[in-house]
Ligand binder design. Structure first.
Ligand code: UGA
Length: 415
């Protein structure tokens, strides 16, 4: 949807094929099926300008299209990548091709898979087509910003003419360009989505050392991030990474490596560190609650895997809540947009839209997702509401001095 909306904004005539009934119904009513800042407005604008169309049927969208992006999901379960949606989309594209076209794989797929996709498509069409790979690097919650202003656009194409065509298509979008072979393009995507979690797990390990030595992780990360070779980004320590991409792609790269006879030791440690971070946090909560949370009311702020999205896939909140419930805690949970999604998964949790209502009589405030509205809470008001003045900060966003002055006990991770 983001790809289509952005190319429509740039003046192209775009069709989106979506085979899910519920999603396509929502789209035809002008609603988008997930929360993404600015996307709804951009879609509405381009639909009314006549440049963006939605359909359930490939036969309506494919004939006459010059470039076809396959953007379907490639979920992975325990590192095993499910490519069935890619194959099914590729088959349907091939069946409906009437004119030569460039088919671009935007989905995250194992390096080297294009030959198999091409062979499959050739079983269903006689029409000439080229297959290229242009991986997606946008972040959820910042999808438009990242698409309209990307760090780079990677174009994996075997033929120069195809690369030229795709460069031309992206010409109004700024950012660096890398033209390479499709296998490299596909590996770039996995390598990027493994390198960033590696930085996060590294920062989280240093945070544990900061707890042990009495250092401040934010100062340490600032200090190393000033070195251009290291860089300041993706070094925010806390509860670790979640979402639909990092956990899936790290697991997938470990398993793709294993299939080629290579044991990717660093990545296994990245994964393990990320898992342990939640245990480390829950142990902190237990200790700060006097050794037990049994029957205690604990308030979890933030359910989505990060701010700015309703996505709760692999969210740290789910793990933290599950572990605290096992210890007998009564959980109240808040989120500005993810409660409907969380309700589908979490059982025995009381959901609150208003954090102040949730905090009435609570024994601890536990910050899991750093939404702006939770960063700027009125702690003077909260002081009059809570039973015990305990703040446990899984994202290191609160000011310890300010909270301690108000009489709270405060603990972050590596602070
Ligand atoms: C990530 C990548 O950043 C995108 O470049 C990529 O296109 C996308 O995956 C994808 O493959 O589709 P996204 O999952 O939307 O994007 O979210 P990020 O903003 O990267 O955050 C991922 C997780 O890392 C979140 O849980 C966040 O809380 C955590 N994180 C991030 C940290 O714990 N510390 C940090 O310093 C940064």
């Amino acid at each position: 949807m983001v790809t289509a909306a952005v190319f429509a904004k740039l003046g192209h005539n775009c069709w989106v094929v979506e085979i899910d009934d519920e999603k396509i119904e929502k789209l035809s009513r002008g609603e988008i099926p997930f929360y993404e800042p600015g996307l709804g407005e951009l879609i509405a604008k381009n639909v009314s300008a006549g440049r963006l169309h939605f359909t359930k049927h490939y036969k309506e969208a494919i004939p006459g299209s010059e470039v076809i992006f396959i953007c379907v999901g490639t979920p992975s379960i325990k590192g095993k990548i499910d490519l069935s949606y890619v194959y099914s989309a590729a088959k349907s594209v091939a069946e409906n091709l009437q004119d030569p076209a460039i088919v671009v794989i935007k989905s995250t797929v194992p390096p080297g898979i294009n030959a198999k996709i091409k062979k499959l498509m050739k079983n269903y069409t006689q029409v000439e087509f080229d297959l290229a790979s242009v991986p997606e690097f946008l972040r959820e919650g910042k999808a438009l910003e990242d698409s309209l202003n990307p760090y780079r656009i990677v174009i994996g194409a075997e033929k120069k003419s195809v690369a030229r065509n795709l460069l031309q298509l992206h010409r109004k979008i700024p950012g660096k360009r890398l033209v390479c072979n499709p296998v490299s393009a596909q590996l770039i995507k996995y390598a990027a989505n493994a390198f960033l979690p590696m930085k996060i797990s590294f920062a989280n390990s240093i945070a544990i050392l900061c707890d042990k030595f009495g250092a401040e992780v934010e100062e340490v990360m600032k200090g190393i991030g000033m070195d251009k070779r290291i860089g300041p980004d993706f070094l925010a320590a806390g509860l670790g990474y979640g979402g639909s991409c990092f956990p899936k792609d790290v697991a997938a790269l470990i398993s793709l490596s294993r299939a080629k006879g290579y044991s990717f030791a660093i990545l296994k440690a990245v994964e393990k560190t990320n898992r342990n971070q939640v245990d480390y946090f829950v142990k902190k909560i237990l200790r700060l609650c006097g050794g037990s949370v049994n029957n205690k009311i604990l308030v979890v702020l933030g359910l989505s895997f990060k701010p700015g999205t309703s996505d709760i896939r692999e969210a740290r909140s789910l793990l933290v809540i599950e572990k605290l419930q096992k210890e007998g805690a009564k959980i109240r949970a808040c989120d500005p947009v993810a409660i409907p999604e969380a309700k589908k998964i979490l059982k025995g949790v009381d959901f609150f839209e208003n954090p102040y209502k949730a905090l009435k009589g609570a024994e601890a405030l536990i910050l899991v997702t750093e939404w702006e509205e939770y960063k700027n809470l009125d702690f003077l008001k909260i002081k009059s509401l809570m039973k015990s003045l305990l703040v446990i900060d899984g994202r290191n966003v609160y000011n310890r001095k300010k909270l301690e002055r108000l009489g709270f006990i405060y603990e972050g991770i590596g602070k």
